[in-house]
Design a protein around this ligand. Structure first.
Ligand code: PGA
Length: 258
């Protein structure tokens, strides 16, 4: 079945000013305007909260969507410093990354917390990009599959996945921001494992419909091969999404049909 591909840019904690954020998005927009962007690809920019509305405005004449990189699992109340899924929804935000490895490892987010966030994000009709992935230690111990399956089991517990309401991103931790890419073959094997797991947890139609992205040092030079794989439906792009020319080239190279 053909799934509409998604390239999600993850700007992380960048850039440092609104001016730089506007410059970056403007350069990307100009670059993408020059090409005939296929209707088979969606683009979303996952930004620091403080830039969401501003960049949403800059993109209002485009098809591009906006996403957050995190949110809290409560909707309102005494939770100093947090942002809720309800606030994101009410600000017209479309996507939210959940369970990124940097949240898991630096901010102690467990699968249980991610599961609570997923539940409230779905309640608010935002599209979550749920990240899973093994560390280098886990890979070397030969337990990659076990780790991915338990991340899925625990973060998807009691969650109703329709095939269209959740996007999964496979991001091997050892490939994030390191320049080391997982081979397209190996990435596809894990994306296929994820799809089979969705078929087990839900059914084969949900599994077939769900978008599964690969993330981890994706560049314009790697994307073509990755997108050609049967079970890779797009990419979650960190570093390369901060360089306008590189990101535009990455989007161009991602458009080759399977
Ligand atoms: P990277 O980041 O492309 O810089 O490796 C990907 C991510 O963390 O989502």
């Amino acid at each position: 079945m053909s799934r509409k591909k998604l390239i999600a840019a993850n700007w992380k904690l960048n850039p440092s000013s609104k001016e730089e954020a506007v410059d970056l998005i403007s350069s990307i927009k100009i670059g993408l305007n020059k090409i005939d962007l296929s209707s088979e690809i969606n683009l979303t920019f996952c930004l620091p909260f403080i830039y969401l509305e501003l960049i949403k405005n800059s993109l209002k004449d485009t098809q591009f969507k906006i996403g957050a990189q995190n949110c809290y699992f409560e909707e309102k109340g005494a939770f100093t410093g947090e942002i809720s899924a309800l606030m994101l929804k009410n600000s017209g935000i479309d996507y939210v990354i959940l369970g990124h490895n940097e949240r898991r490892s630096l901010f102690n987010e467990s699968n249980e917390i991610i599961n609570k966030k997923l539940s409230v994000v779905l309640k608010n009709n935002l599209l979550p990009i749920l990240c899973v992935g093994e560390t280098l230690k886990e890979k070397e111990a030969g337990i990659t599959e076990e780790i991915i399956l338990s991340q899925l089991n625990e973060s998807l517990a009691y969650i109703n996945c329709t095939g269209e309401n959740i996007i999964i991103a496979y991001e091997p931790v050892w490939a994030i921001g390191t320049g080391k890419t997982c081979s397209a073959e190996d990435a596809n094997t894990i994306c296929k494992l994820i799809r089979n797991k969705l078929a087990d947890l839900y059914n084969s139609s949900v599994a077939e419909k769900t978008l599964i992205l690969y993330g981890g040092s994706v560049k314009s030079s790697t994307i073509k091969e990755q997108m050609e794989k049967t079970d890779i439906d797009g990419a979650l792009v960190g570093g390369a999404s901060l360089i306008a020319d590189e990101f535009v080239q990455l989007v161009i190279n991602s458009q080759n049909k399977k």
